[in-house]
Design a protein around this ligand. Structure first.
Ligand code: GDP
Ligand code: CA
Length: 329
């Protein structure tokens, strides 16, 4: 079975670990065993930023480190056993910004990436090279090789300005009122090589509980990707439980685009043309969305077993709905 997953950072990466377990495919401990399932991840690059001359791709790295067992499990991002000496030394020089969590180990990844990009390799080739070390057990593709960056138009007491998503998210903890979220460069970007092919060849598309605006939304905004996915059986897992994001500040992103922080509202926003099925938490049982098959079950990715069960439920629903389409129903 071929599965495509458009993913952001923490929510996407954790779900992917569960999906890999549910399929028994590609985990480092199963390497070498043959399996007839494969997972292609289309990673969000809208969070990417250049700092101190380094190109940083937070969501690609979170997926790569999480699946490659290099992630800091507590924080959910960055490397395990990380130190922040380079960050402190840069601050001592008065270098700005100081709000970005640049770890020492992580910096090596950014140096490799920046050097390869400067040598002319596209981001997709760079990501493949980085994955040679981490062996994530999935094929990880950036959504695009073109530079697309999410910017946020904020309004501070009547003063409007656009800042990079990372500055809004990390420095201001998404607390500055946002009027608009813009994927700068998205409208002219092309899907990275392999992205449309992977979707076309996929049996199923699963949307992990990633941020629906700045992760999944950014990916769907790359021309061609949404249409290609809409032609497939698509099942999503709600990142909103009981009217709140489970972790992070996705509610601030939803408010900025005028969507209620509610599992059903997010499904309706993603659209019945795209989504065939939607898993909501038991707390949201009874949610109905026109044109979408909604099922409820526990959706907290609290440990590996719970996360695997969520992935299995998404798979089962997708297989069921794909079968119905196959029946001509
Ligand atoms: P980011 O790029 O690191 O912000 O990560 P993602 O975009 O992949 O995922 C962020 C989303 O994951 C947030 O909106 C959270 O609500 C959601 N999330 C995190 N943990 C859980 C969980 O245990 N269950 C569910 N259903 N959603 C979760
Ligand atoms: Ca992200």
């Amino acid at each position: 079975m071929r599965i495509v997953v458009p993913a952001g950072g923490i929510g996407g990466a954790r779900f992917l670990r569960g999906l890999r377990a549910a399929l028994g495919t590609g985990a480092p401990e199963t390497e070498g065993r043959t399996t007839d399932s494969s997972i292609t991840v289309i990673g969000n690059t809208g969070d990417d930023i250049t700092l101190f001359g380094l190109r940083i791709c937070p969501d690609l790295d979170t997926v790569m480190y999480t699946l490659g067992e290099g992630i800091d499990e507590e924080r959910g991002w960055g490397r395990a056993d990380e130190s922040f000496t380079v960050k402190e030394e840069l601050a001592a020089y008065g270098m700005k910004p100081t709000w970005f969590g640049l770890g020492d180990r992580d910096t090596a990844t950014h140096i490799v990436r920046s050097q390869m990009l400067a040598a002319g390799f596209p981001l997709s080739a760079v990501t493949e090279a980085l994955c040679d070390r981490w062996r994530p057990g999935v094929r990880l593709l950036p959504m695009t090789d073109d530079q697309v960056e999410t910017h946020v138009v904020v309004n501070e007491d009547g003063r409007r300005r656009a800042i990079h998503f990372q500055e809004w998210w990390i420095r201001y903890r998404a607390a500055l009122p946002a009027e608009q979220i813009v994927g700068v460069g998205a409208d002219t970007a092309k899907p990275a090589p392999g992205v449309l092919e992977a979707i076309a060849e996929a049996d199923l598309v699963l949307l992990p509980p990633s941020n629906p605006v700045v992760s999944v939304g950014s990916i769907l905004n790359i021309p061609g990707i949404r249409d290609a996915m809409a032609a497939k059986t698509v099942v999503g897992v709600s990142p909103i439980i009981g009217g709140a994001p489970v972790r992070g500040m996705a509610d601030a992103c939803l408010s900025a685009i005028g969507v209620e922080t509610d599992a059903g509202a997010v499904a309706a926003h993603l659209g019945a043309d795209l989504l065939d099925g939607w898993l909501v938490d038991e707390a949201d049982a009874g949610t109905e969305v026109e044109g979408i098959e909604v099922r409820s079950r526990p959706l907290y990715m609290s440990d590996p077993a719970a996360t695997e069960a969520i992935a299995r439920a998404a798979l089962d629903l997708a297989v069921e709905l794909a079968g119905r389409e196959g029946d001509g129903a």
